[in-house]
Design a protein around this ligand. Structure first.
Ligand SMILES: Cc1ncc(COP(=O)(O)O)c(C=O)c1O
Length: 350
């Protein structure tokens, strides 16, 4: 474990040495500041279309309104091609291949392990408790000299629940590497985001996304919030134009209309409650974990058979049976009322 007093955490000491030393690519649009009329600097095609120019590499038109909504500074925001890009860049920027490691809790979102594997970074895994919470002693006990990042997904995928806030605080207090809290599903709970803690913990990274509550998964826009020292590293190693013009424009529109997002979230949360009630009435349902997300983890009698039965009816759910602690569990995303009704009717006929 890297032990440092909180107030003395020097993010640069956590960064891979080659990345700290390297000179980033400097795009034409990075170098130009101010007013201009004629752009002959980026080898673009001069004939006008909505897309003949490269996009803003740092996406300020998105970051400024997003920062306002989230009560952070625009400089504390990284935007990427989905939050998956941020996960990959965090590992690439902070973990030395074949030497450093990440620590994850199981079961959780699969991309932390995939990105670590791609980057030849070891993965240390600890199990969640049977009720899918962090086992603090086990987690802290698994930290070792090579641990650079701890990923905590809250609300957690595929279990749907929040991890206990006080336990996450303990991890932030006691680990001096980066603590990445993945809040992809935070809008579907009434509990507080960790964003308000950004200024208290220089090693905190919060991931959010436009893919879930905002209803924009196809745009591919994910967010990492962190201290500017961490954000600077992510910006240093990202592809220069990682978020395209159209994505930026649509995100700006969405941010100008938060009420639409909030209304959809309310509907999904209401429908989640209705779906749980209906599922609980079915004979096949053995257990439903409390959900703070837009999906429900349901333990059934025979998940493989039910998964196949639904598939034959052209209804696709996620079979999580082979995931740790999730024997016979199906993960069901909350759909529209009509879609959920079709699901329940199909299951009633089983
Ligand atoms: C916990 C969690 N984090 C991140 C993601 C990826 O989000 P994005 O679409 O922003 O890459 C997902 C997608 O399912 C997820 O469940």
């Amino acid at each position: 474990m890297i032990k440092l007093e909180k107030h003395t955490i020097d993010i640069n000491k956590l960064v891979r040495k080659n990345i700290l030393a390297m000179k980033p690519y400097s795009s034409a649009r990075d170098e130009f500041k101010g007013e201009a009329e004629i752009f002959l600097d980026a080898n673009e095609n001069p004939y006008r279309s909505p897309y003949n120019r490269y996009p803003d590499p740092l996406q300020w038109k998105v970051k400024v309104p997003l920062a306002k909504i989230k009560k952070v500074k625009p400089e504390q925001i990284f935007l990427g091609n989905g939050s998956d890009e941020a996960i990959d860049l965090l590992i690439r920027g902070f973990c030395e291949p074949n030497r450093d490691s990440i620590l994850i809790t199981e079961p959780t979102y699969g991309m932390y392990a995939v990105c670590a594997d791609v980057n030849a970074v070891r993965i240390d895994r600890v199990l969640l408790t049977p009720d899918f919470d962090v086992d603090l002693n086990t987690l802290l006990g698994a930290i070792n000299e090579s641990t650079k990042l701890i990923f905590l997904c809250s609300p957690n995928n595929p279990t749907g629940n929040l991890l206990t806030r006080q336990k996450i605080i303990q991890v932030l207090e006691q680990f001096s590497g980066l603590v990445v809290i993945d809040e992809a599903y935070i809008d579907f709970t009434n509990n507080k985001s960790f964003l308000a803690e950004l200024d208290n913990y220089p090693n905190l990274v919060v991931l959010q996304t436009f893919s879930k509550a905002w209803g924009l998964a196809g745009l591919r826009l994910g967010i990492a919030y962190a201290s500017t020292a961490i954000i600077d590293i992510l910006n240093k190693i990202k592809y220069p134009y990682n978020v395209n013009i159209q994505t930026q424009q649509i995100a700006v529109k969405a941010l100008a209309n938060v009420a639409v997002k909030n209304k959809r979230v309310k509907e999904i949360v209401r429908e989640r409650g209705a779906l749980v009630k209906k599922l609980l009435k079915l004979k096949i349902t053995q257990k439903i974990s409390p959900s703070d997300s837009n999906f429900i983890l349901v333990q059934v009698e025979n998940a493989d058979a039910i998964y196949q039965y639904l598939l034959d009816k052209k209804i696709i759910v996620r079979n999580r049976s082979r995931v740790a602690l999730c024997a016979n569990c199906l993960r069901i995303t909350v759909g529209t009322p009509k879609e959920n009704e079709k699901l329940i009717n199909a299951l009633k006929k089983l």
